[in-house]
Write a protein that binds this ligand. Structure first.
Ligand code: DGL
Length: 264
């Protein structure tokens, strides 16, 4: 494995940019290749079989670039497909992500935790196992958030429509006494500024972007695959309307980027 190869990161759309920002912050010399599978967003409403098939195709594409590691920057795709990806590519470093249940249990004082995530993640066996493992002593209220991902993809990060929809998902959790909210979809941290205006000060918002970046750094380090002096070259691909993807990406990533057509 060439340590100068890029790191491949993918999501159903641009939600994974919340993770990519953390990776860039921690690993400034690494080249990054990001795939937004925007033609098929939202993954949260698709079948696990469909997500497995897309995740395999995207991983094959990334390996051909080549990449030295893959980050599944999507809770829904991790729940549906990471086991299959690891079986197919046992030698490859694959970092997935799941809702931050354990840190939320540690952080909560009221013992009531809200989980905002996609329908697919909340229905998955992986999520059920996570609750069983870490959350048996607390009350967990799950809240699927249909429609939110589409608004974020359209660049509506603080529109009235987004605010109202987000509020309709968060308000019942606050009413129920949750003092900790898990942002269990990589799109949702992109709404953090808006979310902070909707929740009282004491309510904690927890996501896993930073932890994923740290895990990636640690695993690459163990395998001797970190670079520290290279000038990074980043590339972005999308399977949907690349012009629209570019427009929203410009709101989320510090430098202007063109998005190339993925072609499948
Ligand atoms: N960003 C994704 C996640 O973390 C998926 C959102 C979607 O496409 O439904 O779950």
């Amino acid at each position: 494995m060439d340590k100068h190869a890029a790191i491949g990161v993918f999501d159903s759309g641009l939600g994974g940019i919340s993770v990519l920002n953390e990776i860039r912050g921690l690993l400034p010399s690494e080249s990054l290749i990001y795939i937004a599978d925007s033609a098929h967003v939202p993954y949260g409403e698709k079948s696990p079989e469909f997500i497995v098939q897309r995740s395999i195709a995207i991983t094959e594409f990334l390996l051909a670039q080549p990449v030295k590691a893959i980050v599944v920057a999507c809770n829904t795709a991790t729940a549906a497909a990471v086991t299959e990806l690891r079986q197919r590519w046992p030698e490859l470093l694959i970092v997935g992500m799941e809702p931050a249940v354990k840190p939320a249990v540690l952080a909560s004082v009221s013992g009531k935790i809200g989980v905002l995530a996609t329908t697919g993640t909340l229905r998955s066996a992986r999520f059920a196992a996570l609750l069983e493992r870490f959350a048996s002593d607390v009350d967990v209220i799950t809240q699927p958030c249909p429609g939110l991902v589409e608004l974020i993809e359209a660049g509506q990060l603080d529109s009235a429509v987004t605010r109202n929809l987000l509020n309709s998902y968060v308000e019942p959790l606050l009413q129920a006494g949750c003092d900790t909210l898990i942002l269990g979809c990589t799109h949702y941290p992109l709404l953090k500024p808006l979310l902070q205006t909707l929740v009282p000060n004491g309510v904690q918002l927890i996501d896993t972007g930073k932890a994923v970046a740290r895990r990636l750094q640690s695993e690459l380090g163990k395998q001797g695959l970190l670079v520290d002096t290279q000038l990074p070259v980043d590339r972005f691909y999308g399977s949907g309307d690349v012009y629209k993807t570019e427009q929203t990406l410009a709101l989320l990533w510090p430098t202007e980027q063109s998005v190339r057509a993925l072609g499948f």
